[in-house]
Design a protein around this ligand. Sequence first.
Ligand code: NAD
Ligand code: UGA
Length: 480
Amino acid sequence: MKTSIKNICCIGAGYVGGPTMAVIADQCPEITINIVDVNEQRIKDWNDKDYSKLPVFEPGLENIIKRCRDRNLHFSTNVKTHISEADMVFISVNTPTKLNGVGAGEASDLKWVEACAREVAAYASGYTIVVEKSTLPVKTAEVIKTILNTSNHPSNSERGRCSFDILSNPEFLAEGTAISDLKYPERVLIGGENQQAIQALIDIYKRWVPTEKIISTNTWSSELSKLVANAFLAQRISSINSISALCEVTGADIKEVSSAIGFDSRIGKKFLNSGPGFGGSCFKKDILNLVYLSKQLGLQSVANYWEGVLEINKWQQHRISKIIIEKLFGTISSKKISILGFSFKANTNDTRESASISICKDLLNEGALLCIHDPKVNFSQVEKDLEDFPTSQDKIYASEEKKLNQGKWKFTKNMEEVFEGSDAVVVLTEWSQYSEIKWENVVSKMRAPAWVFDTRSILNSDSVINSGINYWRLGDGSNI
Ligand code: NAD
Ligand code: UGA
């Protein structure tokens, strides 16, 4: 029997749920999609008439929201109603690393996923396909299945018999390119046991994705592949970053080395840009997940191998902080250091695990006065990230807590302020506007001897050097 999906509910209106459902709604106008979230402000922002308030900034997203919102795409806090109406429920909630208890610091905290499973068990009616969109540890589908099949919610009898199938459909979009990644994915991965349920999801994607790009596997391969894909991508960045340090002491240039090795089609050109270390909400947490899984299964050497990827990432961030301090005569106390870029990469307002956070904290620790600029991140986000509240519990009391770094940093959207009296400018995010700075026009505003540190290799080095500013670029060994 063919299952045709007419109504979808997506739990979680975040960076994945919002854009993913927007693209499905755009491609399948006959399917009604309700995105639900417990965060009332987030839902309010998704429904705001002022599109600049959408909670996720992604090129191309605003136009899709304009086309689909209130047509077949709806944002709501009414979890119960929309689950009960749905033929298919996507779970797209956060799965951060656990902060406390067993597996703290490594395992994923699945409390939000479990809450979703319980909500689906409580409110679903008839046959419902539950799709794991969140990135999850291997075997999570088993947990969801157990909750769904053993739940004896009081309303069960009123709703008649409920039945469920569970699919794993991990998301591979990258922030900043989410809409094009969703419209033209390199692959769509669907893991599951029941062919009819798998086909129902294939039928949705095949509206715009060529069928040869839709892969189906067993559930565990699908769940594991997502973790492995992120681990491999992060591993490439740690590999090239480790070589950037080697370049700086040998006279080699990381840009030339990346380009030379990338010509080998077995290595490939992508993901070989050295930088201040990978950020984003997922690489670190997904590798930690893999590390935890390996340890649990007695595979300590496998765990050590992947832990190394994270160690290099942390080391690269501290290495950059140390270089800045060394170049500024070994002390940055009360010196103005301007930070260009706070998001974890360009074209997103997301700062989760951004290298800027760790490097700014290092510099603040050494007494620097920071002036931080980012075109998309806002002040309150920077404040949350820089003011130290050690545990999530403490974050609840953030407003009562002493702000450790208050007065030592400021945030500006005005580029003029960045250069005024600065001892150094540090480029940490590759926003294109930073590569257009006319250094000859700003040198007189900076305090001599001024420095520019380019950790993303995006500046025109001649323009910086010719203006008389000292210039350091990551992985450039030409000055030894
Ligand atoms: P997010 O934090 O931006 O959004 C998650 C949302 O879920 C939040 O708004 C939260 O309020 C909501 N939520 C949590 N529990 C809920 C519940 N019980 N009922 C209703 N709403 C609930 O997270 P995200 O970045 O969208 O990531 C979601 C998942 O997708 C994670 O597992 C992540 O690893 C994975 N992923 C993320 C990306 C990315 O680029 N951000 C890419 C691929 C996969
Ligand atoms: C990454 C993956 O690319 C997505 O496929 C995946 O779906 C997603 O994680 C996820 O699971 O969350 P994302 O974190 O949005 O996407 O961004 P990336 O483009 O992968 O960049 C991650 C970090 O690596 C950024 O800090 C970026 O600056 C850095 N990076 C990337 C480099 O330092 N060098 C590179 O060559 C590429």
